[in-house]
Design a protein around this ligand. Structure first.
Ligand code: ADP
Ligand code: ADP
Ligand code: MG
Length: 673
């Protein structure tokens, strides 16, 4: 066995690999870009080496820079993680040439599965069922149209070099085929430098079911059962589970055997996943699944397999790479209980899941929940940068039954505290509680179909407003007390609030902007707390609260005890309650600014992209929330809005401009005073 391992990746997967490697006594070596100099994975590793600037193309995707870090650190083996170089056959080859052990399959196996058309042809030969369709060389539009007719609509056009759901179009009728073909080819060309596509049958009620396989270098291969990854948005997974709900044992066996045959057909070694599409319109059946593709690496969702088998797949990867035999034979692979994983993303479900960035002002998980595992990529205080995948981490629950696992996970999510960038936390919790999901009535259209129920909208709950008002009053008094005591800058704005319960002297009106709405609340002292009234809370609410120095609030609202967290942000604070975070901006100019570190002097581009529309001119008076600029980034349009009321001083971009992340788009006038 080798003694040192370089992890050519970042974020949660790097942290997760380091954890196992350390347990196995290996020296762990991280690499980092300039954006990651202080990242979690760097802090966790024994050593870390800089490999270049922030953009992945100049750091994590640079084979020469990674090999150089290997040489400098005398690493013996390299783990590529997922994404980045993990499915790059040239990288696997370069590692071997440099005398390094590549923790993954042989380059030839990566190549065999790299293109979807060649992979399908190969699987057909190995008698693995494939989705009916055309995957030949002819790329003529009319010819492909004829093939689509032959297959029968609806069909799916896929980029042969595709990945991450890109270059994929569903076509429902012949009339739109030519147009969709063109757009798929264009997207494939720009994403993969390869315009070629294949056309296949669109499976009616598709469920994504995949098999985890493992092979060693002694000709053994096993399947570690299936995972169901049908809950997807934009053809990308967000919730995964094992085993698949409603899976008949004979189908599990058939799929496992097909996957092992696939692995053997390409001389596979290490961990791999064979992805199948199943038709769920009439329940799962042993003859109702077809090969989609093979991912020749560790998968994001591998922890659900670890949970039901009790195995550590990274340990298996390292042992197999070190030349050992597979630790277990097929009949010894356990399957215990049920596991569900959710991917916590910095993204906005209400805006088509558009990625969000920024500092994680709060990131806390409930403790003492032994059946829940968290694989985080960032810590509280870290930045979710625009350069990489916006995944914050994964949360995995295991239970004796699916229902127990779902309930455990839902309870965990509702007690998590995340504030800063927009996240999908509340969306995930809503999915865990959705009747149809609990019933196992799932397919890849689930999220789109139930979006309205999964993305909580509507007015902010009165109890949240009440707790917000209490938090504000306590925080304000704490800041005032600190100022009176002459203490300069308490390190937490709540530092003086500890254990302090307050009633003021007289009634006053508080004004906030909450979730874009103006909220006006009258508060009058009563007992240990206040009585609130106002349009959004009805006639009367009694609230009392205690906040500790960390912003954790215990409140009583009309006799009901609840917990929340209050995190200073911009010109107000964020209140986190039951997994939902609500922004409170303080309007009253006479109020003490609890904290104001937000840069409101200009609008900066959140990510690299193209300007599609400019909606303001210099001199324009704008309100908080007003649309300023529309940009296209990561293949989506995003409207950038004003963070505060202001006046436009200058507009620095025009339609069609290509802008870098962080570029100033619009400048505002300095606020007097
Ligand atoms: P999984 O099936 O494990 O979710 P995916 O193929 O969806 O795997 O991708 C795994 C990771 O690899 C993603 O989270 C992403 O970071 C990266 N990735 C995969 N394909 C692409 C792509 N085409 N462009 C950018 N990143 C990609
Ligand atoms: P990628 O390389 O982008 O991951 P896949 O071929 O794995 O591409 O497909 C991604 C997703 O698209 C699948 O998980 C599934 O939801 C959907 N999909 C793929 N092929 C089909 C099909 N033939 N019918 C219906 N849905 C499909
Ligand atoms: Mg896939």
């Amino acid at each position: 066995m080798f003694k040192s391992l370089l992890i050519a990746n970042r974020g949660e997967i790097a942290v997760r690999i380091i954890r196992t490697a350390r347990r196995m006594g290996l020296k762990t070596i991280a690499v980092y870009s300039d954006a990651d100099a202080n990242a979690y994975h760097v802090a966790e590793a024994d050593e870390a080496y800089r490999i270049g600037p922030a953009p992945a193309a100049e750091s994590y995707l640079r084979i020469d820079a990674i090999l150089d870090a290997c040489a400098r650190s005398s690493a013996e083996a390299v783990h590529p993680g997922y994404g980045f170089l993990s499915e790059n056959a040239g990288f696997a080859e370069a590692c071997e040439k440099a005398g390094l052990i590549f923790v993954g399959p042989p380059a030839s196996a990566i190549r065999a599965m790299g293109l979807k058309d060649a992979a399908k042809a190969l699987m057909e030969k190995a008698d693995v069922p494939i989705v009916p369709g055309y995957h030949g060389d002819n790329q003529d539009a009319d010819f492909l149209g004829e093939q689509a007719e032959k297959i029968g609509y609806p069909v799916l056009i896929k980029a042969v070099a595709g990945g991450g759901g890109k270059g994929m179009r569903r076509v429902d009728d012949p009339a739109s085929f030519a147009k969709e073909l063109k757009s798929a080819q264009r997207e494939a060309g720009s994403a993969f430098g390869d315009e070629r596509v294949l056309v296949e049958k669109y499976v009616a009620r598709p469920r994504h079911i995949e098999i985890q396989v493992f092979a060693d270098s002694h000709g053994q291969a096993v399947s570690l059962h299936e995972r169901d990854c049908s809950l997807q948005r934009r053809h990308q997974k967000v919730i995964e589970e094992a085993p698949a709900p409603g899976m008949p044992p004979e189908m599990r066996k058939a799929m496992g055997e097909a996957a092992v045959a696939a692995a053997k057909a390409i001389g596979y070694r290490g961990a791999g996943t064979v992805e199948f599409i199943a038709d769920a319109s009439d329940g799962l059946k042993p003859d109702g699944f077809w090969f989609m593709e093979m991912n020749t690496r560790l998968q994001v969702e591998h922890p659900v397999t670890e949970a039901i088998t009790g195995l550590d797949l990274v340990e298996w990867q390292l042992r197999v790479a070190g030349g050992e035999h597979l630790p277990l034979t097929q009949d010894k692979i356990p399957l215990k209980g049920h596991a569900v994983e959710v991917r916590l993303y910095a993204e906005d479900p209400a805006k088509k899941f558009f990625p969000s960035t920024g500092r994680l002002l709060r990131l806390r998980a409930p403790e003492n929940m032994p059946h829940v595992r968290t694989d985080m990529g960032v810590r509280e205080g870290d930045e979710v940068s625009m350069f990489y995948d916006p995944m914050i981490g994964k949360i995995i629950a295991h239970g004796e039954t699916r229902r127990i696992a779902l309930r455990t996970l839902r309870g965990f999510l509702s007690r998590m505290e995340v504030a800063g960038p927009k996240t999908n936390l509340a969306f995930l919790a809503a999915a865990m509680a959705h009747e149809s999901f609990i019933a196992g009535d799932i397919d890849t259209g689930f999220i789109d179909r139930h979006l309205d129920q999964l993305v909580p909208k509507g007015p902010v709950e009165p109890c949240v407003l009440a707790v917000g008002a209490a938090a504000h009053l306590i925080g304000r008094s704490a800041v005032l007390r600190a100022a009176q005591a002459g203490s300069d800058e308490p390190h937490s704005p709540w530092a003086e609030a500890d254990g302090w319960v307050l009633g003021g002297h007289r009634a006053e009106t508080l004004r906030f902007i909450v979730g874009g709405e103006n909220v006006s609340l009258t508060v009058a002292p009563e007992g240990n707390g206040w009585r609130l009234s106002g349009e959004m809370v009805g006639a009367n609410i009694a609230v009392s609260a205690i906040m500790d120095g960390d912003g954790t609030i215990s409140a009583t609202v009309d006799g009901v005890r609840l917990k929340a967290a209050c995190v200073p942000s911009g010109r107000g604070f964020i209140l986190v309650h039951e997994g939902i975070s609500t922004d409170f901006s303080i309007v009253d100019p006479l109020d003490v600014d609890i904290v104001s570190d937000a840069d409101t002097g200009s609008l900066k581009s959140p990510m690299p992209g193209k300007i599609v529309q400019v909606l303001v001119e210099p001199g324009a008076r704008i309100r908080k929330g007003a649309a300023l600029v529309v940009m296209e980034a990561m293949k989506m349009e995003q409207t950038l809005t004003a963070a505060v009321d202001s006046v436009v001083a200058a507009v620095h971009v025009g339609i069609g401009d290509q802008v870098e992340a962080g570029a100033t788009l619009v400048a505002f006038e300095e606020k007097p005073g």
